[in-house]
Design a protein around this ligand. Structure first.
Ligand code: SAM
Ligand code: SF4
Length: 428
């Protein structure tokens, strides 16, 4: 989502003033940092990176420095107190104001703060997306109303707002006309989408999927990130019925312990999650399931953690992102003592990662010998190799040519590693 937001900021400033992206901050007239505050580490990075920009500002006082995104929303003017050389601080709901802010700073050399969360749709103020790539992102909803007790997102990104169906379809048609083969629909809780349809009725996420899937020229449809409580029958059916919907689902579960799931305010128990994955796999047997885990949530006991390991063994995940719990300011969980000692958190995280890595290896290994359609993304790091993604989102390296970027090729999978697969072009 942040990558998408960053590219829209670049689009905006390009349209307003012809600004274009440059390779390094040292060459820039405007430096924007788009930040994440989901874990403390990401937030710490903001201040260390700002140290670098301070040097640039000392050398070139005319450079405009802005901090946007969730850390900006949360920290507000504290950022300018700690780093007075920052010209503007703007939250995720305010980036459509960038051209105006840049203009004002150039003219008046003022410090600006834009962290209010207006009801207006920032989408209405954005220029046409300029993607033009073979893989495009389209935001369909923003914000989150779930208020999981550990999570800062509802406070920084505000309440859930869904774009009207017609707006989403129009943007999808535009990126397809500009050459996209793959569209990824984005949202904090993408399957919580509830947008006004052309018939004046509220459309849910699966209805939107069916409409996007019908668009001319679309070869691959993906979405991120979904919440287990928003998976309904329509979505399960969409996986069974829409071949263009790729067989990959990122479905964060966070914990396998009922007690912890309740304390996290996730709205479901472990059995519900396990049954959900069973139903989805029944609808789409080749689907890859990925997830997020938080280890060391306040009050997590050895038994709770054992339940997480047990859920992982029962479900079996293609991939997963696992994190140590990080207390976030203002969240309910941060007001409870962070009771799990760091050494215990670390040990649990390592144990969980070991199980998950083994599962990834097994899923990767099962691909050997298969012929997969791969969308070629870029040259890979090793000389003469290209890399792309299988329908189930696995990275494949193969001997190819740069002019294959953006094409769908058939590869026979010949090798499996921890993070990726190896393949060769078939001649069929
Ligand atoms: N909306 C998605 C959901 O609920 O499934 C997840 C979006 S969240 C921004 C991305 C991931 O960050 C979460 O799934 C969670 O694992 C992790 N995360 C969020 N807050 C965290 C915290 N305080 N400490 C550690 N990890 C956290
Ligand atoms: Fe955060 Fe996701 Fe929970 Fe919303 S649903 S509060 S984004 S973890």
């Amino acid at each position: 989502m942040n990558e998408y937001d960053s590219s829209r900021m670049a689009d905006l400033l390009h349209e307003a003033y012809g600004l274009r992206l440059v390779g390094s901050a040292e060459d820039a007239d405007v430096i924007l940092m788009n930040t994440c505050s989901v874990r403390e580490k990401a937030e710490d990075k903001v201040y260390s990176e700002l140290g670098r920009y301070r040097e640039i500002k000392l050398e070139r006082p005319d450079v405009i420095i802005g901090v946007g995104g969730c850390v900006a929303q949360q920290e507000g003017e504290r950022i300018q107190k700690r780093a007075p050389f920052v010209d503007m601080v703007f939250g995720p709901q305010a980036y459509h104001k960038l051209p105006e802010m840049v203009k004002q700073i150039r003219r008046e050399r003022v410090h600006l703060l834009a962290t209010d969360m207006p009801e207006i749709e920032k989408f209405d103020h954005l220029p046409k997306a300029s993607h033009g790539g073979f893989a495009a992102f389209v935001t369909i909803m923003e914000g989150c109303d779930k208020f999981c007790t550990f999570c800062v997102v509802p406070y920084t990104r505000g309440p859930e707002i869904s774009r009207p169906v017609e707006d989403v379809l129009r943007e999808c048609r535009e990126v397809l006309a500009a050459g996209a083969l793959e569209i990824t629909l984005l949202g904090q809780n993408v399957n919580g989408y509830l947008g006004t349809g052309p018939d004046g009725e509220e459309w849910d996420f699966s209805m939107l999927l069916y409409a996007v899937a019908r668009l001319e020229g679309l070869k691959r449809l993906r979405f991120f990130t979904s919440h287990p409580m928003e998976v309904n029958e329509g979505l399960v059916e969409a996986f069974a019925e829409l071949p263009v919907l790729m067989p990959f689902l990122h479905l964060p579960v966070q914990s396998g312990s009922d007690r912890i799931l309740k304390a996290m305010h996730r709205g479901h128990d472990r059995e519900h999650y396990i049954k959900l994955v069973e139903a989805i796999r029944e609808a789409r047997p080749d689907i890859a399931i990925s997830s997020d885990f938080i280890v060391g949530f306040p009050g997590e006991t050895d038994e709770d953690f054992a339940d997480t390991l047990d859920l992982v063994r029962r479900v079996r995940f293609d991939t997963a992102f696992s994190f140590n719990y990080s207390p976030r300011p203002g969240t309910p969980a941060s007001k409870v003592a962070d009771s799990v000692p760091q050494a215990v958190k670390d040990a649990r995280l390592q144990e969980l990662l070991a199980v998950l890595r083994q599962q990834t290896r097994e899923f990767h290994h099962a691909h050997i010998g298969r012929v997969e359609e791969v969308l070629v993304e870029r040259p890979s790091k090793s000389e003469g190799d290209m890399q792309g993604r299988t329908p189930d989102f696995k990275i494949v390296h193969f001997a190819g040519k740069p002019d294959q970027v953006g094409q769908l090729v058939q590869l026979r999978i010949t090798g499996a590693y921890g993070q990726s697969l190896r393949g060769e072009l078939t001649h069929e």
